[in-house]
Design a protein around this ligand. Structure first.
Ligand SMILES: Nc1ncnc2c1ncn2[C@@H]1O[C@H](COP(=O)(O)OP(=O)(O)OP(=O)(O)O)[C@@H](O)[C@H]1O
Ligand SMILES: [Mg+2]
Length: 387
């Protein structure tokens, strides 16, 4: 039987994706060597960005799976080394990043950005409740507050203190009562302090939240976006080219057209829209009478226009607001409440629409936007004492 060729091996390695940089190890220049012995044994050395890379075993497995599928390939042996500082610098420059990630997000399977065109439609409420619902369904979930001006996750998920920093200098997310891991800018600033953020600082803060936080193994990381489009979406697209968008809208036509702009923004930066959630869709009195306070049908129309599923229609319900204010999401507090049921159904829709495979095997993102390097100041984090 013919021996595999180096080209065949390289072709197969194109399916091995760095889960953080979201490109193949071939395109990233991380394939150090390929040696094919007469026995068919294939030895491959992959260069990692850091020596203690927590995703080493994912690479190992992905390389073995891919390469051993080549006809004529015998044993596949994977070795690792680390990129030299020059090589790292070259890669950083090529990717337009101020530094390379070192595994913080590697074990996060799905990143979902909860967005809307306009404010106050319930993004934060949906983020908090969906994360809690996913967690309750057995899918470890985290919630990251990307709204640096109007952060609301500390209140909605019932946690607020300064996070500790691990000995490896990683910020540890806070565990909220619903089990969801949370990071918010609110944990780092004085209460109600007016923080003036310049664009690069915003970029830097979000990059730090994504890369310097020890998220650990999560099936879902939900990002609560600020209202509107723009800066934050650009940053996210650059850092997370495989994140997906969930668009929240109210039922009225005006909101739907604004929400479409958020979806268009996602499209512009090449991020996929996972689905639409219609919030505040009708109010039912205790007597059973239903009022369509914000109109009707906007969520479905938007979903049709975008050709994505309408994942849920969440009614107006005072308890949803009360739970959000009290720090325990309604899906945990009163899972049988109509709004909680609608959110649970949406969470199941998300589960159905997202792959559970290891991210190493996901297809490479195309056209990853390369933006300006981040600037700005470091977040004021505290070092953990002895634990
Ligand atoms: N279906 C609902 N029923 C009752 N109250 C709701 C519902 N959805 C959201 N709310 C309440 O409406 C208010 C606004 O919701 P939320 O803060 O989640 O919106 P947002 O889109 O995140 O706003 P912003 O654009 O300011 O970030 C909150 O007080 C929330 O509790
Ligand atoms: Mg909000």
């Amino acid at each position: 039987m013919a021996l595999p060729t180096k080209d065949q091996v390289t072709e197969k390695l194109r399916a091995v994706i760095d889960p953080e940089l979201r490109q193949s190890v071939v395109d990233l220049g991380m394939v150090r060597s390929i040696v094919i012995a007469d026995s068919g044994r294939v030895e491959i050395v992959i260069s990692l960005t850091t020596s203690g890379c927590p995703i080493r075993s994912h690479f190992q497995q992905a390389v073995v799976d891919q390469v051993s599928s080549i006809e004529g390939a015998g044993e596949v042996v994977v070795g690792f080394d680390v990129l030299s500082s020059d090589e790292k610098q070259g890669l950083q420059d090529r990717l337009g990043r101020s530094k390379l990630p070192d595994g913080a997000l590697a074990m996060v399977k799905n990143v979902i950005c909860v967005a809307s065109g306009k404010g106050g439609v319930g993004k934060s409420t949906m983020t908090a409740n969906l994360a809690a619902a996913l967690q309750a369904e057995g899918h470890p979930a985290g919630a990251l507050d990307c709204d640096v001006y109007g952060y609301s996750l500390p209140r909605m998920l019932g946690v607020n203190r300064k996070p500790e920093v691990s000995p490896e200098r990683k910020i540890l997310p806070l565990d909220s009562p619903s089990g969801v891991k949370v990071i918010s800018i609110g944990f780092f600033v004085e209460e109600n302090a007016a923080v003036v953020w310049r664009g690069p600082m915003l970029h830097k803060a979000i990059q730090q939240f994504l890369e310097d936080v020890e998220w650990g193994e999560l099936d879902y990381l939900l990002l609560d976006l600020p209202p509107g489009t723009g800066d934050v979406s650009m940053t996210l697209a650059q850092l997370l080219p495989q994140a997906k968008f969930l668009v929240v809208t109210t039922p009225q036509p005006a909101a739907q057209s604004v929400a479409r702009r958020a979806a268009e923004m996602a499209g512009k930066v090449d991020l996929e829209v996972l689905g639409v959630i219609e919030n505040m869709s009708g109010f039912t009195t205790p007597g059973g009478e239903r009022f369509t306070i914000f109109g009707e049908g906007g969520g479905q129309r938007l979903a049709d226009e975008l050709d994505v599923p309408l994942l849920g229609k969440v009614p107006l319900q005072e308890e949803l607001r009360e739970s959000a204010d009290s720090g325990l999401p309604l899906v945990i507090n009163q899972p049988n409440a109509p709004a909680a049921q609608a959110i649970n159904a949406a969470a199941r829709g998300i589960i159905a629409a997202t792959p559970v495979d290891l991210p190493v095997m996901q297809a490479a993102a195309v056209g990853m936007p390369v933006g300006a390097a981040a600037g700005g100041t470091e977040l004021p984090v505290v070092q953990a004492g002895p634990r």
